[in-house]
Design a protein around this ligand. Structure first.
Ligand SMILES: Cc1cc2nc3c(=O)[nH]c(=O)nc-3n(C[C@H](O)[C@H](O)[C@H](O)COP(=O)(O)O)c2cc1C
Length: 181
């Protein structure tokens, strides 16, 4: 089940206007909260956005790679407290991945929008922009934002031929398996 989801997964940036049912939003939140975290410290917090006006503002978080948010019906911002855990980026990324795969299992499409380490414009970081829109307190860092909705595009799965098996080694770096492709 999980492998077939992974095999079909693509980043979806075009969405129908159909709202995501509250039961499905609840499942997405449950999945995020069940994500593994280093030492079980759970440094993350999530902001669920289902208001079109706010998604539109978040679409302007950076010059590239966020505009499609204005067509999403749902967004989940992943932020975390670095004081709570030194590996908050890993923890946040895993939670984001859980959200994305769960979205797919529910028939939803999603796409990651990178916020951390990105600029909104020449004077402001994307993090500052998101923080302002959502009133996120200063002690939290904003990692990413997952745009979610029913897909309005059908992208082909990546084929087996695209998979970079040449980057996989066995027992020692550089060692290929006898039957390696
Ligand atoms: C850490 C990370 C950051 C990403 N940031 C963005 C982004 O800001 N905007 C965007 O449109 N896609 C973003 N993506 C999605 C990638 O562009 C996408 O996964 C990649 O092009 C491969 O396409 P696929 O997911 O359909 O296989 C990001 C993905 C990851 C894992």
């Amino acid at each position: 089940m999980t492998l077939s989801l992974i095999q079909k997964r693509r980043s979806i940036r075009k969405f129908l206007k159909t709202p995501v049912e509250p039961e499905k939003i609840a499942v997405l939140i449950e999945a995020a909260l069940r994500a593994p975290s280093s030492r079980g410290l759970k440094p993350w917090e999530f902001v669920v956005i289902d208001k079109a006006g706010i998604l539109e503002k978040l679409a302007n978080s950076k010059p590239y790679g966020s505009a499609f948010l204005k067509n999403a019906v749902l967004g989940i911002v992943i932020c975390a407290d670095p004081k709570r855990c030194d590996v908050w980026i890993e923890d946040s990324s895993i939670a984001a991945t859980y959200i994305q795969l769960t979205a797919q299992s529910l028939g939803l499409g999603s796409c990651w929008v990178q916020i951390r380490e990105r600029m909104c414009d020449s004077t402001r970081t994307a993090e500052e922009s998101v923080r302002d829109v959502l009133e996120i307190p200063e002690h939290l860092r904003v990692d990413s934002l997952i745009a979610i909705g029913y897909p309005a595009e059908d992208l082909p799965a990546h084929s087996q031929d695209e998979l970079q098996y040449e980057k996989v080694y066995y027992n020692r770096y550089g060692e290929k398996a006898k039957n390696a492709k």
